[in-house]
Design a protein. Structure first.
Length: 331
């Protein structure tokens, strides 16, 4: 049989055809496989294809042949990613505010290529990127890469930290360049954050990655290893509402029993819950970073959750509540 121009790539094209055009619900016969190979300029007889199918299995591609009537039908069974897993990846990319709309579309296109063309159709129907609130920082990939490199090489970094102005432009904050020992990256409240140690303030701080720019690696080695190792990342995220920092304080909350799910969602199942003296209510003590965001969360829950201690926090909340109510009235 005459050899096609791409004969040496036969196994590659066969793998491509089987992965892209078959799955648990879509099959190919041997004649159909031969026709598809010819599109790539590859010829193959039936016997050699049997050997090639076995070679694909050795390479880890789960090629399955099943007889139905007089014909054999071939398809790829289990793959590196199941369709449900690909859908989960697409959903994660779509919902990530720190990935721009353009990069989201590019990533989703690459993810859909991991399944068959029929699965890709389902994934494309699932894609709704336009209109979602996304960051405008196209360089975020490179920022993340620079942070990972600094962590890997145990180096401090210096960077500009940006904020929005009234002209809807990102501009550097007034206090100029920031210097930090980077220790980890974390995802919280739909945003990506750098967790690092500020040597000047002697404390752990966090920064939104999409607001970082012009990262420079310093020659100084990172500091704050002990502080970071002692940090409970999950507790840190729960304590900082929307990752807005504030003074860490233990507060007692009294809540309606039917609101327990909201407390568990926010602070986790490890919190201690006790019955309150007031009928239909329970109590818990949690550590929070006191901030306007925390008080806003309490305010939004109405009478469902109340701060009962310490006194200075209840007074601060009462003052905050008065200010909020006063601002509702417009002259």
């Amino acid at each position: 049989m005459p050899k096609g121009a791409n004969q040496k790539l036969k196994l590659y094209y066969l793998a491509k055809i089987m992965v892209e055009k078959t799955d648990d619900e879509h099959f190919l016969t041997m004649p159909e496989i031969r026709e598809l190979l010819e599109v790539y300029g590859v010829t193959a007889d039936r016997k050699s294809l049997y050997d090639d199918m076995e070679a694909l299995r050795v390479l880890g591609i789960d090629v399955i042949g099943e007889q139905e009537g007089r014909h054999f039908y071939y398809h790829v069974g289990s793959k590196h990613f199941e369709l449900a897993e690909l859908k989960l990846l697409v959903d994660s990319i779509q919902s990530s505010k720190f990935i721009t709309e353009k990069k989201s579309s590019e990533l989703i296109k690459k993810v859909t290529a991991l399944g068959s063309e029929f699965e890709a159709m389902q994934l494309r129907r699932q894609v709704v990127v336009q209109g979602r609130i996304k960051t405008m920082n196209e360089s975020i990939y490179y920022v993340v890469d620079e942070i990972h490199n600094a962590i890997a090489h145990n180096k401090k970094i210096r960077f500009e930290y940006l904020q929005w102005n009234l002209e809807k432009k990102m501009v550097p904050r007034k206090d100029g360049m920031y210097e930090i020992s980077p220790w980890a990256l974390t995802f919280d409240d739909e945003n990506y954050y750098l967790i690092g140690y500020d040597s000047a303030a002697s404390k752990i701080k966090h920064y939104r990655v999409d607001k970082m720019r012009n990262i420079v690696h310093l020659e100084e080695k990172r500091e704050g290893k002990e502080a970071f190792n002692a940090l409970d990342m999950a507790a840190y995220s729960r304590m900082n509402f929307g990752m807005f920092g504030g003074e860490e304080t233990a507060v007692k909350l009294m809540f309606k029993n039917e609101m327990v799910g909201i407390l568990l969602d926010r602070f986790g199942k490890d919190i201690t819950i006790r019955k309150s003296k007031e009928d239909g209510y329970s109590e818990t003590i949690v550590n929070v970073a006191l901030s306007d965001q925390f008080f806003g969360w309490i305010f939004a829950l109405g009478n469902g959750v109340k701060i009962t201690a310490p006194k200075e926090v209840t007074q601060r909340f009462a003052d905050e509540l008065k200010d909020r109510l006063k601002n509702l009235y417009i002259d």
